[in-house]
Design a protein around this ligand. Structure first.
Ligand SMILES: NC(=O)c1ccc[n+]([C@@H]2O[C@H](COP(=O)([O-])OP(=O)(O)OC[C@H]3O[C@@H](n4cnc5c(N)ncnc54)[C@H](O)[C@@H]3O)[C@@H](O)[C@H]2O)c1
Length: 241
Protein backbone atom coordinates (compact mmCIF):
# COMPACT_ATOMS: atom_id res chain seq x y z
CA UNK A 1 0.00 0.00 0.00
CA UNK A 2 1.41 3.33 -0.94
CA UNK A 3 0.14 5.90 1.44
CA UNK A 4 -1.91 5.70 4.57
CA UNK A 5 -3.70 8.01 6.92
CA UNK A 6 -4.61 6.32 10.13
CA UNK A 7 -7.21 7.61 12.52
CA UNK A 8 -7.49 6.06 15.99
CA UNK A 9 -5.73 2.80 16.67
CA UNK A 10 -8.12 0.52 14.83
CA UNK A 11 -9.37 2.75 12.03
CA UNK A 12 -7.31 3.14 8.90
CA UNK A 13 -7.72 5.21 5.76
CA UNK A 14 -5.72 3.86 2.82
CA UNK A 15 -4.78 6.05 -0.15
CA UNK A 16 -3.33 4.96 -3.46
CA UNK A 17 -3.45 6.07 -7.08
CA UNK A 18 -3.97 2.41 -8.00
CA UNK A 19 -7.54 1.46 -7.02
CA UNK A 20 -6.99 -2.26 -7.60
CA UNK A 21 -4.09 -2.31 -5.11
CA UNK A 22 -6.02 -0.18 -2.63
CA UNK A 23 -9.25 -2.21 -2.76
CA UNK A 24 -7.33 -5.46 -2.48
CA UNK A 25 -5.53 -4.15 0.63
CA UNK A 26 -8.84 -3.00 2.09
CA UNK A 27 -10.42 -6.40 1.57
CA UNK A 28 -7.48 -8.05 3.39
CA UNK A 29 -7.90 -5.61 6.30
CA UNK A 30 -11.69 -6.15 6.28
CA UNK A 31 -11.26 -9.89 6.88
CA UNK A 32 -9.28 -9.19 10.05
CA UNK A 33 -10.78 -5.97 11.41
CA UNK A 34 -14.26 -5.70 9.82
CA UNK A 35 -15.37 -3.56 6.89
CA UNK A 36 -16.18 -0.42 8.90
CA UNK A 37 -12.65 -0.06 10.27
CA UNK A 38 -10.91 0.70 6.99
CA UNK A 39 -11.63 3.04 4.11
CA UNK A 40 -9.90 3.28 0.75
CA UNK A 41 -9.65 6.54 -1.16
CA UNK A 42 -8.29 6.69 -4.71
CA UNK A 43 -5.80 9.55 -4.59
CA UNK A 44 -2.92 10.85 -6.65
CA UNK A 45 -0.75 12.35 -3.91
CA UNK A 46 0.72 14.85 -6.38
CA UNK A 47 -2.70 16.51 -6.61
CA UNK A 48 -2.99 19.03 -3.78
CA UNK A 49 -6.78 18.97 -4.04
CA UNK A 50 -7.09 15.17 -4.00
CA UNK A 51 -4.79 14.89 -0.99
CA UNK A 52 -6.60 17.65 0.91
CA UNK A 53 -9.92 16.01 0.10
CA UNK A 54 -8.62 12.63 1.34
CA UNK A 55 -7.66 14.14 4.71
CA UNK A 56 -11.11 15.78 4.91
CA UNK A 57 -12.94 12.51 4.14
CA UNK A 58 -10.78 10.64 6.65
CA UNK A 59 -11.43 13.05 9.51
CA UNK A 60 -15.13 13.27 8.66
CA UNK A 61 -15.42 9.48 8.73
CA UNK A 62 -13.18 8.66 11.69
CA UNK A 63 -13.47 12.01 13.57
CA UNK A 64 -9.87 12.16 14.72
CA UNK A 65 -6.50 11.73 13.05
CA UNK A 66 -3.64 10.36 15.15
CA UNK A 67 -1.09 8.89 12.76
CA UNK A 68 -0.04 9.78 9.21
CA UNK A 69 2.33 7.75 7.06
CA UNK A 70 3.55 9.44 3.88
CA UNK A 71 4.62 6.33 2.00
CA UNK A 72 3.89 6.65 -1.74
CA UNK A 73 7.11 6.51 -3.72
CA UNK A 74 8.48 5.62 -7.14
CA UNK A 75 11.85 5.24 -8.80
CA UNK A 76 11.84 7.00 -12.16
CA UNK A 77 14.96 8.66 -13.52
CA UNK A 78 13.19 9.08 -16.90
CA UNK A 79 10.31 11.24 -15.67
CA UNK A 80 12.42 12.56 -12.83
CA UNK A 81 10.25 15.58 -12.10
CA UNK A 82 7.30 13.29 -11.34
CA UNK A 83 9.63 11.24 -9.13
CA UNK A 84 10.41 14.41 -7.14
CA UNK A 85 6.71 15.38 -7.02
CA UNK A 86 5.64 12.01 -5.63
CA UNK A 87 8.60 11.28 -3.35
CA UNK A 88 9.29 14.73 -1.91
CA UNK A 89 6.73 17.43 -2.74
CA UNK A 90 3.79 15.19 -1.76
CA UNK A 91 5.51 14.18 1.47
CA UNK A 92 5.86 17.86 2.38
CA UNK A 93 2.20 18.48 1.52
CA UNK A 94 1.07 15.39 3.43
CA UNK A 95 3.10 16.46 6.45
CA UNK A 96 1.56 19.93 6.47
CA UNK A 97 -1.96 18.52 6.06
CA UNK A 98 -1.25 16.14 8.94
CA UNK A 99 -0.01 19.03 11.07
CA UNK A 100 -3.15 21.04 10.24
CA UNK A 101 -5.31 18.20 11.60
CA UNK A 102 -3.23 17.21 14.65
CA UNK A 103 -1.64 20.49 15.82
CA UNK A 104 -2.56 20.88 19.51
CA UNK A 105 -2.39 24.66 19.25
CA UNK A 106 -5.24 24.72 16.72
CA UNK A 107 -7.57 22.21 18.37
CA UNK A 108 -5.92 18.95 17.28
CA UNK A 109 -5.17 16.14 19.71
CA UNK A 110 -1.49 15.73 18.75
CA UNK A 111 -0.08 12.75 16.91
CA UNK A 112 2.76 11.32 14.90
CA UNK A 113 3.85 11.43 11.26
CA UNK A 114 6.16 8.85 9.68
CA UNK A 115 7.71 9.85 6.36
CA UNK A 116 9.11 7.00 4.29
CA UNK A 117 12.54 7.71 2.85
CA UNK A 118 15.13 5.04 2.01
CA UNK A 119 18.76 4.12 2.55
CA UNK A 120 19.05 6.19 -0.65
CA UNK A 121 18.18 9.17 1.57
CA UNK A 122 21.35 8.62 3.59
CA UNK A 123 23.80 7.21 1.04
CA UNK A 124 24.08 8.33 -2.61
CA UNK A 125 22.66 5.75 -4.99
CA UNK A 126 24.51 6.31 -8.25
CA UNK A 127 22.03 4.45 -10.45
CA UNK A 128 19.21 6.67 -9.13
CA UNK A 129 20.42 10.26 -8.58
CA UNK A 130 16.97 11.89 -8.52
CA UNK A 131 15.46 9.09 -6.39
CA UNK A 132 18.40 9.62 -4.03
CA UNK A 133 17.86 13.41 -4.02
CA UNK A 134 14.15 12.99 -3.30
CA UNK A 135 14.83 10.66 -0.37
CA UNK A 136 17.62 12.91 1.04
CA UNK A 137 15.03 15.69 0.80
CA UNK A 138 12.55 13.67 2.86
CA UNK A 139 15.19 13.17 5.58
CA UNK A 140 16.22 16.85 5.66
CA UNK A 141 12.65 18.18 5.58
CA UNK A 142 11.39 15.75 8.24
CA UNK A 143 14.26 16.44 10.66
CA UNK A 144 13.78 20.21 10.27
CA UNK A 145 9.99 20.20 10.60
CA UNK A 146 10.25 17.84 13.60
CA UNK A 147 12.44 20.46 15.29
CA UNK A 148 9.97 23.20 14.37
CA UNK A 149 7.05 21.17 15.75
CA UNK A 150 8.89 20.63 19.05
CA UNK A 151 10.01 24.28 19.29
CA UNK A 152 6.42 25.42 18.69
CA UNK A 153 4.95 22.76 21.05
CA UNK A 154 2.55 21.50 18.36
CA UNK A 155 2.30 18.06 19.98
CA UNK A 156 3.12 16.25 16.73
CA UNK A 157 6.22 14.05 16.34
CA UNK A 158 7.71 13.54 12.88
CA UNK A 159 10.09 10.65 12.15
CA UNK A 160 11.72 9.09 9.08
CA UNK A 161 11.87 5.45 8.01
CA UNK A 162 14.77 4.43 5.72
CA UNK A 163 14.48 0.82 4.54
CA UNK A 164 17.09 -0.95 2.44
CA UNK A 165 15.87 -3.17 -0.45
CA UNK A 166 12.54 -4.66 0.62
CA UNK A 167 10.44 -7.39 -0.96
CA UNK A 168 7.68 -5.26 -2.55
CA UNK A 169 6.50 -4.75 -6.18
CA UNK A 170 8.91 -1.81 -6.69
CA UNK A 171 11.79 -4.32 -6.69
CA UNK A 172 10.56 -5.88 -9.96
CA UNK A 173 11.59 -2.77 -11.91
CA UNK A 174 14.76 -1.83 -10.03
CA UNK A 175 16.96 -2.14 -13.14
CA UNK A 176 14.32 -1.24 -15.77
CA UNK A 177 14.98 1.45 -18.41
CA UNK A 178 12.24 3.68 -16.95
CA UNK A 179 13.72 3.42 -13.47
CA UNK A 180 17.30 4.10 -14.62
CA UNK A 181 16.61 6.75 -17.30
CA UNK A 182 19.86 8.03 -18.82
CA UNK A 183 21.80 5.61 -16.61
CA UNK A 184 20.49 2.35 -18.10
CA UNK A 185 24.16 1.41 -18.61
CA UNK A 186 24.39 1.04 -14.83
CA UNK A 187 21.76 -1.71 -14.67
CA UNK A 188 24.29 -4.31 -13.55
CA UNK A 189 25.32 -2.05 -10.64
CA UNK A 190 21.71 -2.11 -9.48
CA UNK A 191 21.63 -5.91 -9.71
CA UNK A 192 24.95 -6.15 -7.82
CA UNK A 193 23.70 -3.78 -5.09
CA UNK A 194 20.68 -6.01 -4.48
CA UNK A 195 22.88 -9.11 -4.40
CA UNK A 196 25.29 -7.48 -1.93
CA UNK A 197 22.69 -6.02 0.44
CA UNK A 198 19.97 -8.66 0.16
CA UNK A 199 16.23 -8.07 0.33
CA UNK A 200 14.43 -7.65 3.64
CA UNK A 201 10.94 -8.80 4.54
CA UNK A 202 8.31 -6.01 4.77
CA UNK A 203 7.41 -7.26 8.26
CA UNK A 204 10.74 -5.88 9.57
CA UNK A 205 9.91 -2.49 8.08
CA UNK A 206 6.46 -2.68 9.72
CA UNK A 207 8.13 -3.42 13.07
CA UNK A 208 10.32 -0.33 12.62
CA UNK A 209 7.28 1.76 11.68
CA UNK A 210 5.48 0.74 14.88
CA UNK A 211 8.53 1.65 16.97
CA UNK A 212 8.58 5.16 15.45
CA UNK A 213 4.86 5.53 16.14
CA UNK A 214 4.76 4.21 19.70
CA UNK A 215 8.07 5.39 21.20
CA UNK A 216 7.19 8.87 22.41
CA UNK A 217 10.86 9.80 22.81
CA UNK A 218 11.32 9.66 19.04
CA UNK A 219 11.03 12.95 17.15
CA UNK A 220 13.18 13.93 14.17
CA UNK A 221 14.69 10.44 14.33
CA UNK A 222 15.93 8.65 11.21
CA UNK A 223 15.51 4.88 11.41
CA UNK A 224 17.42 2.55 9.08
CA UNK A 225 16.19 -0.98 8.40
CA UNK A 226 18.61 -3.40 6.78
CA UNK A 227 19.45 -7.08 6.52
CA UNK A 228 22.89 -6.44 8.00
CA UNK A 229 21.92 -4.39 11.10
CA UNK A 230 18.15 -4.85 11.46
CA UNK A 231 16.61 -1.74 12.99
CA UNK A 232 19.04 1.02 13.94
CA UNK A 233 19.20 4.81 13.88
CA UNK A 234 21.35 7.19 11.87
CA UNK A 235 23.40 9.45 14.14
CA UNK A 236 23.50 13.16 13.39
CA UNK A 237 24.78 16.15 15.36
CA UNK A 238 21.63 17.89 16.56
CA UNK A 239 22.26 21.39 15.29
CA UNK A 240 24.69 23.63 13.43
CA UNK A 241 24.79 26.03 16.38
N1 LIG B 1 10.88 -1.74 -1.66
C1 LIG B 1 12.05 -1.19 -1.44
O1 LIG B 1 13.11 -1.78 -1.70
C2 LIG B 1 12.14 0.17 -0.80
C3 LIG B 1 13.34 0.55 -0.19
C4 LIG B 1 13.44 1.81 0.39
C5 LIG B 1 12.36 2.66 0.37
N2 LIG B 1 11.20 2.28 -0.23
C6 LIG B 1 10.11 3.24 -0.23
O2 LIG B 1 8.99 2.63 0.38
C7 LIG B 1 7.80 3.27 -0.08
C8 LIG B 1 6.79 2.22 -0.47
O3 LIG B 1 7.25 1.55 -1.63
P1 LIG B 1 7.06 0.00 -1.87
O4 LIG B 1 8.36 -0.63 -1.73
O5 LIG B 1 5.91 -0.49 -1.05
O6 LIG B 1 6.73 0.00 -3.42
P2 LIG B 1 5.36 -0.27 -4.16
O7 LIG B 1 5.64 0.04 -5.60
O8 LIG B 1 4.82 -1.57 -3.80
O9 LIG B 1 4.40 0.81 -3.53
C9 LIG B 1 4.35 2.11 -3.96
C10 LIG B 1 2.90 2.48 -4.06
O10 LIG B 1 2.84 3.90 -4.32
C11 LIG B 1 1.71 4.08 -5.16
N3 LIG B 1 1.85 5.36 -5.87
C12 LIG B 1 2.73 5.66 -6.84
N4 LIG B 1 2.50 6.91 -7.26
C13 LIG B 1 1.47 7.40 -6.53
C14 LIG B 1 0.77 8.63 -6.53
N5 LIG B 1 1.10 9.63 -7.35
N6 LIG B 1 -0.24 8.81 -5.65
C15 LIG B 1 -0.59 7.80 -4.82
N7 LIG B 1 0.02 6.60 -4.78
C16 LIG B 1 1.04 6.41 -5.64
C17 LIG B 1 1.72 2.89 -6.11
O11 LIG B 1 0.50 2.68 -6.74
C18 LIG B 1 2.13 1.76 -5.17
O12 LIG B 1 0.99 1.12 -4.61
C19 LIG B 1 8.25 4.19 -1.22
O13 LIG B 1 8.35 5.51 -0.75
C20 LIG B 1 9.60 3.65 -1.59
O14 LIG B 1 10.43 4.63 -2.19
C21 LIG B 1 11.06 1.06 -0.80
Amino acid sequence: MSWTVRAKISEVSLLDINSAVGLNTKSMFDKVYGAQQTMFITCDVTSGNQLKDAFKKTTENFLQLDIVCNNAGVGNETNWQRCLDINLVSVIRGTYLGLDCMNKKTGGAGGVIVNVSSMAGIYPVIFGPVYSASKHGVVGFSRAVAGASAAESLGVRINVLCPAFTDTPIMKSISSPEMLGQFTGLDQLAVQAVAALGIIDPSLVAEGFLQLVTDETKNGDVMKVSKQKGIDYEKYSKSLW
